[in-house]
Design a protein around this ligand. Structure first.
Ligand SMILES: C[S@@+](CC[C@H](N)C(=O)[O-])C[C@H]1O[C@@H](n2cnc3c(N)ncnc32)[C@H](O)[C@@H]1O
Length: 373
């Protein structure tokens, strides 16, 4: 089977590394999507284990189409009954970019007609009541090439199921995991997030340290498909539970000057099963002692939500510069949409990446410290 995994722009390289580590057979990649081939187990693994993926789709077909007739004929000719049942409810999303067919509404309705015609022939039925399991299809046109995709994830994979509460401007779990994976953090190092809010970065790091699969506590759309081997998926889940490391090395420390945010972070950490390895502290960034050597700071400092003015932001970022100056052995990673951070910190980052948190364009500033002795 051919599959497509989607992710936020800018984190494709991280996702690719995760896929390679899982042994998935990658065939190609483009902006925000990586293609792979495999059996059902590959589909289960991708949904259960990938930390930076948004969704996993089955690629039902791909073709050049420049007219609605061509689109209709293409969809009608696909072997859809191999994956779609005769009882399903079919929801179709359409998108078109730089293509002759540009109306999502028309693409959606032509596809639906062709799909029903296709299944009527395949199942020798005259009527479709659409009362059964749910199939969400995405019809995406780019430069006149259409891809017919069947969503296997259901809710976006950033929804791990642990975030019962969220603060102001939380990071997406997938992005937070990418930040950790782009840093020098590993299980043995001391990790700080001094503006931890609802704790997303630290919880994602702790899940990596404990080797907790990100999809262990959630549901997936593919579990409703009749042809899916649920027993095989349960076996994979059991293996994932067995692989959890209950006593990882290193320390993970979160702090914030908002008590409510810290309460949320603690609740979320408990839900994610990582409260035992994260210590949360109510302390203002300015007063933080940062006592350990060779620490790693990965943080998403505020901008815009509680700071009233640009001057407030500048004061805070200058204080950060003063704190960081004395942390000579630290590696420091900041994600923010605030421009001009490097100027205020008086230090140019070793590497800067543009990343998207939902629709918000942010930058990830990476300051590399020395390796621990
Ligand atoms: C953008 S939010 C962090 C969101 C977090 N990454 C999440 O996923 O929930 C910034 C956080 O910085 C905290 N904050 C603002 N000024 C602070 C300061 N001077 N010291 C410590 N925390 C501060 C806020 O309370 C807020 O929770």
């Amino acid at each position: 089977m051919d599959y497509v995994v989607t992710c936020a722009f800018g984190i494709e390289a991280v996702l690719k590394r995760e896929m390679q580590a899982l042994g998935l057979n990658i065939t190609r990649s483009t902006n925000g999507r990586i293609y792979f081939q495999g059996d059902q187990k590959a589909l289960f693994k991708a949904n259960l284990h990938l930390r930076t993926a948004d969704r996993v789709f089955i690629l039902l077909g791909q073709s050049k189409v420049m007219s609605y007739d061509a689109l209709f004929d293409f969809i009608k000719g696909l072997p859809l009954s191999e994956t779609l049942s005769s009882k399903g409810k079919y929801h179709i999303n359409a998108k078109a970019v730089k293509s002759t067919l540009y109306s999502p509404r028309d693409i959606q309705s032509i596809t639906k007609k062709a799909l029903i015609e296709n299944l009527k022939v395949a199942y020798k039925k005259t009527e479709f009541k659409e009362e059964g399991e749910y199939y969400r299809l995405s019809i995406e046109l780019l430069n006149d090439t259409v891809e017919v995709l069947l969503d296997t994830s259901g809710e976006s994979l950033h929804k791990r199921g642990y975030r019962l509460k969220q603060g102001i401007a939380p990071l997406k779990e997938t992005l937070a995991s990418a930040l950790v994976q782009l840093s020098f953090y590993n299980e043995g190092r001391v990790l700080y997030d001094p503006f931890c809010g609802s704790g997303t970065i630290l919880i994602e790091a702790a899940m990596i340290a404990k080797n907790i699969a990100p999809g262990l506590s959630r549901d997936f759309a593919f579990l409703a498909f009749p042809w899916v081997d649920k027993q095989a998926f349960q076996t994979l889940k059991k293996e994932a539970y067995k692989a959890i490391n209950h006593s990882p090395k290193g320390r993970i420390l979160g702090s914030d000057n908002d008590m409510m945010a810290l309460e949320m972070a603690k609740t979320n950490a408990i839900e994610a099963g990582v409260e035992d390895i994260i210590d949360f502290e109510f302390i203002d960034f300015e007063d933080h002692p940062f006592t350990e050597e060779y620490g790693i700071i990965i943080t998403n400092p505020p901008y815009g939500e509680r700071l009233e003015t640009i001057e407030d932001a500048e004061i805070l970022y200058r204080k950060m510069g003063a704190q960081f100056k004395r942390l000579k052995t630290y590696s420091i990673y900041l994600i923010t949409s605030y421009p001009g951070v490097e100027g205020l910190l008086h230090k140019k980052a070793d590497r800067t990446r543009v990343l998207f948190n939902g629709n918000i364009k942010t930058r990830y500033y990476q300051y590399y410290g020395p390796k621990p002795l």
